[in-house]
Each structure stands twice: as C-alpha cells, then as structure tokens.
Design a protein around this ligand. Structure first.
Ligand code: ADP
Ligand code: MG
Length: 363
C-alpha cells in the first residue's frame, strides 16, 4: 500500500501544498516549527480520522480560515483509492472515493506512527492508553468500533441518568438497570478483544525489546489491568449499583481499564529509565507493524516524526537496519539530513520545509 499524492489546503500552517511521494522513503527536513509534523499529522488523520496531537479537529484548520481540506491518493491491493477530509468549524467530514465515509471504513490504510510523544503512552493517564488501543483495534478487528460505540452510547445514557436531578432515586434504580445489558454484552467483547490483543503484543514485544538493546536481556510486557473480568461483570454491576447512585457515575466496565508497561515484573514508569521507556515504545511500534502484517497481510505506512535524533547508538543501529529491510513506505522528519546515515537510503525523495512550504532537494 502506498500514499501517492497528498494535497493540503488551509491545514495548520500550510496554505496549499501538493506532494508526489516516493514509493519507499520520504524525508522532510527543516528547522523547528516549519510544518514537518503537520504533514505527518495530515497522513495520520486520514488513516485514523483523528489527530495524535489535538482532540479537537478545529485546531487543524489554519488560523483565520474557515475550512481545511486534506486529500490523499493511495494505491491499495484493491486498486486506487482517494480519501479526503473536509474540516470546518462545525464538523469534520471524511470521504472515500468521493463518498461520505466513517473513519472505521478506513481500514484499508494501515499506518503506524512513531513520535517522541509516544512515550506518553506509558506515562499519561489510562484514558490515553485506552484511546490508543481502541483506535488500533478498531482498525484491525472489523466489529470492534461498532461494539465500542454501542458501549459508549449506553455508558453516556446511564451516566446521564445517574446525574439527573429531577428524578427520584427509586426511578433511577429502576432505569439504570436497563442500560446494564448493552454495557455487559458489548463490554465483555471489548475485554475479550483487549485481552487477545495484549497476548499477541507480548509475543513480540520482549523479542523486539531484547533485539534493540542487544545486551542485558529483560522481560518486557504490556500488562492488561481490566476493571472487571467477563466472569464477574454481571455480579459487580449488581453489587455496585448503590455506590454508583451515590457517586453518580458508572463504575464497572472496560471504560475504566488500564494497561501498564512492565519490565522484569516492575512497572516501567516507576522504575524504568528514560532510555528503557524509549526502547519499550519502539518495541511496541514494531509490534504494531507486525500485527498489520499478520492480520491484514500488508506493510503499514510507517511515520517517523523526529525520532532519529533521539536514538542512542544501540537503538539507532538496530533501527536503521530495520528501516533498510522494511518493504513498506516510510515518512521521516528530521532537522538535518545528516541524521540519516548514508547507506540506509538507496532511493528516496526529500523536501525542505519552511514556513508551511516545501521544496524538493537532494543530499
Ligand atoms: N491551526 C494552525 N494555523 C496556522 N498555523 C498553525 C496552526 N497550528 C499550528 N500552526 C503552526 O505550525 C507550526 C508548527 O508546525 P510543526 O509541523 O509542528 O513544525 P515542525 O516543523 O517543527 O514539525 C508552528 O509555527 C505553529 O504556529
Ligand atoms: Mg515537529
């Protein structure tokens, strides 16, 4: 799968731009704050229907403009596809071959992002980790996003009811039960899929982790901490109703799950070094790539935002040999082309970014 031509209009600091990409390696070079990450973000947006930097898509529209347009021609195993997004202050609309589409129908664009902020996956709130996992699983597992949105809808309704001030407790008791079945049914599927995914992830994560460090071997795992197991779900729903009434919030279910990076049995956030956390996130990203290869039989587009300068010697040696062998399309940003060792890139296209404009260049 390949991204061919990207067109942006009024996206972030980019007024108008067109890129014709290289099938293998694309490099964006430039000083800070010129628009390199904005390009990466636009590609990510077309794959996932959301940004990895802001939760409100309005932030993507160029200041002083009313509408942003992102359009990409891609080559898939099923033929050419055009996908686009149109953002204005009211809504975000996504299109596939000119027809309205939901981001869930965008599975045909597998993509993996590796950026320095990704370390936040380990450090941030459980919510960040759930959002990450949900967007991945929505892409791999056909029914996941439907189950998730049904679950969330029931959750919103039940919480709304619990917070309602104009109904009696007796009425609330009566009505809150109604939403428990969709929470139980859909929630159980979410827990099962998350469990499966973590199992799969852990098959490759330790291997990658140790290949990257090379020396001291460690057991690296992503541990799933479900709020409730499928076996206890129904019982706990019943047992905690009174507490839920008191706290005006639904307390049982996978919307309160968490995940933890663990190294030799200890939580990496508490005991790991910065370097170990970086290696861990890189191992996770490489595992993500492997899933797409196994599940969809395709090499995802690999986006590398500003990561080359952050790698130490061990990791960069491994990483560059990985990139050299990688068959999929790669996009990398850096402040200087000298960060890419000669020999990694045999064939590529490069652009220099300045103030939201691009110029092709060679080095
Ligand atoms: N909505 C927006 N409208 C106009 N400019 C924006 C918008 N959002 C961000 N910017 C500008 O984009 C630039 C940052 O671009 P970015 O791609 O992150 O830079 P870098 O080249 O360092 O990756 C900054 O100058 C910022 O002010
Ligand atoms: Mg950047």
């Amino acid at each position: 799968m390949q991204a061919r031509r990207l067109t942006l209009k009024h996206f972030r600091n980019i007024s108008e731009i067109v890129f014709d990409f290289h099938p293998r390696f694309n490099i964006l070079v430039g000083q800070n704050a010129q628009g390199k990450t904005n390009i990466i973000e636009s590609l990510y947006f077309l794959a996932f229907g959301r940004s990895f930097r802001v939760s409100d898509f309005r932030g993507l529209i160029q200041w002083s403009q009313n509408e942003a347009i992102v359009r990409l021609h891609i080559e898939t195993p099923l033929g050419e596809e055009e996908r686009s997004a149109q953002l204005n202050n009211e809504k975000k609309r996504m299109f596939k071959n000119g027809k309205g589409a939901s981001p869930n129908q965008f599975a045909s664009m597998p993509l993996v992002l590796f950026a320095p902020e990704e370390i936040l996956l380990l450090k941030d709130s459980p919510e960040t980790r759930r959002a990450y996992i949900d967007s991945l699983l929505s892409k791999w597992i056909p029914h996941y996003s439907k189950v998730l949105s049904d679950y969330k809808r029931a959750l919103v309704q039940r919480n709304k009811l619990l917070k309602e001030e104009n109904i009696s407790i007796a009425q609330k008791r009566d009505q809150m039960v109604f939403w428990e079945k969709p929470l139980l049914d859909n929630g159980t599927i979410l827990i099962q899929e998350r469990t499966e995914w973590v199992k799969r992830l852990n098959r490759s994560i330790t291997a990658y982790y140790n290949t990257i460090v090379g020396t001291e071997q460690k057991k690296a795992e992503f541990v799933y901490k479900p709020n409730v197991t499928p076996e206890d779900f129904a019982t706990l729903q019943e047992e905690r109703r009174e507490e839920e009434l008191e706290r005006a919030s639904t307390l049982v279910g996978p919307h309160r799950d968490d995940f933890k990076g663990v190294l030799n049995g200890d939580p990496i956030v508490a005991f790991g070094s910065q370097g170990e956390m970086r290696t861990f996130t890189l191992a996770m990203k490489l595992s993500e790539i492997q899933f797409f290869q196994e599940v969809l039989g395709r090499d995802p587009i690999f986006l590398l935002d500003d990561v080359v300068s952050e790698l130490d010697e061990n990791r960069s040696a491994f990483f560059f040999s990985f990139l050299k062998k990688y068959k999929g399309q790669i996009f990398a940003t850096a402040t200087s082309p000298t960060l890419f060792p000669k020999g990694v890139l045999d064939s590529f296209s490069a652009w220099h970014m300045e103030k939201g404009c691009s110029k092709p260049f060679t080095f």
